[in-house]
Design a protein around this ligand. Structure first.
Ligand SMILES: NC(=O)c1ccc[n+]([C@@H]2O[C@H](COP(=O)([O-])OP(=O)(O)OC[C@H]3O[C@@H](n4cnc5c(N)ncnc54)[C@H](OP(=O)(O)O)[C@@H]3O)[C@@H](O)[C@H]2O)c1
Length: 339
């Protein structure tokens, strides 16, 4: 089934923007993340997504060190600004060699990051602005307070968070309403269910779920082991030899259920996340039009109690081999340290 501009809509948070049932995350469209990229195909994918009724586009100023935002600007050229809800993450510090050197959530840094983002995107406002990671050296109240200043000045419409735990979410929300928490959530990564999701629901904060396909693993199509510049192959535990084979075995079991429903494993994984609640919006990392179409077609797939029980039996999170990030990256996650 083709999804269309008539796709159902949902509001992020109690006062946040209204978005379609699925967002598109643009991270994988920049080099150095998931291997080689194809700019023309990336732009065509973003445009086709918007034409199909996708409104939520997610980026980070550090994805390709500005490349991702400039790509989005080119893709949206000629389209009314109001057609899209642009979510931007900031704060991750890079070096000229592409390395990572921490996070900066100081108020002056927030305003500096935003100034550059607005210029790169060619827009005068960002719809949702969020720190990518908690800066342990800066109280979240200060970071969110600075974004709040930018809301009052008209440069930002709404505030979001990313990969924080419930204590941080509560503190931030007390300073300014949080529209959504962007966090990994999938059949393989269900860590939010114990504390973070209940807290978000209590506060009226939506979840924008990333890694819904566990970085592509749940599609059963994985990067070649010799591909250059693909962080999955370089460092992500679930893609390492030994773990990968075990995880693909789980995806096989998922695939058998999907087949009976006339769907692909990726579509089943998307439908599963959507089945968890209307306040959870998957942000898919589609970077080609065929992936986008596969993801949009999953919106027509619904799962009943029997399907969900079989899916749970085929893939419980404890069966996944390897953590969702390596140890160095996990150390930056407030969501893991203080869920
Ligand atoms: N807040 C955070 O900390 C954080 C972290 C990571 C990502 N994000 C955001 O979330 C977005 C999605 O994350 P993600 O890309 O890591 O996770 P994902 O959606 O689980 O994985 C995307 C990858 O899955 C593969 N794939 C296969 N079939 C697909 C299909 N039908 N639709 C989409 N992808 C398919 C593609 O890999 P191949 O093209 O190689 O086949 C694609 O690059 C990112 O673009 C980014 O905006 C946020």
């Amino acid at each position: 089934m083709e999804a269309s501009a008539g796709m159902s809509e949902t509001q992020l948070g109690r006062h946040g923007p209204v978005v379609g049932p699925l967002g598109v995350g643009c991270m994988g469209m920049s080099p150095g993340i998931y291997g080689p990229v194809d700019e023309a195909e990336s732009i065509a994918t973003i445009r086709e997504a918007v034409e199909a009724g996708v409104t939520l586009l997610d980026t980070g100023d550090f994805y390709g060190m500005g490349h991702n935002e400039m790509l989005i600007r080119r893709a949206l050229d000629g389209l009314p600004r109001s057609r899209v809800v642009i979510s931007v993450k900031f704060g991750a510090l890079r070096d000229p060699a592409g390395g990572w050197s921490g996070n900066d959530g100081r108020p002056a840094a927030v305003k500096n990051f935003l100034a550059y983002t607005l210029r790169r995107l060619g827009t005068d406002y960002v719809d949702i602005y969020r720190p990518a990671r908690l800066d342990p050296g800066v109280p979240i109240e200060d970071t969110v307070g600075a974004i709040g200043d930018m809301v009052r000045a008209g440069y930002v419409r709404h505030i979001g968070l990313s990969e924080v735990g419930s204590p941080t979410l509560r503190r931030a929300h007390a300073v300014h309403p949080i529209a959504d928490l962007q966090i990994e959530y999938s059949l393989m990564s269900r860590g939010i269910e114990a504390a973070i999701l209940p807290a978000a629901r209590e506060l009226g904060v939506s979840i924008t779920a990333y890694g819904v396909l566990s970085r592509g693993l749940l599609s059963g199509r994985v990067p070649a082991p010799d591909v250059k510049g693909d962080l999955r192959v370089i460092r992500m535990p679930r893609f390492q030899p030994g773990n990968l084979e075990r995880n693909l075995g789980l995806v096989d079991a998922l695939g058998r259920i999907a087949k009976e429903k006339g769907a692909s494993p990726a579509q089943l994984a998307i439908a599963w996340v959507r089945s968890r609640g209307a306040d959870i919006v998957p942000v898919l990392g589609a970077r080609r039009r065929d992936q986008l179409r596969e993801a949009l077609a999953a919106l027509a797939l619904s799962l009943d109690g029997d399907d969900l029980a079989r899916i749970d039996a085929a893939m419980s999170p404890s069966q996944a081999a390897g953590a969702r990030y390596d140890a160095a990256q996990l150390a930056h996650l407030d969501s893991e340290a203080h869920p």
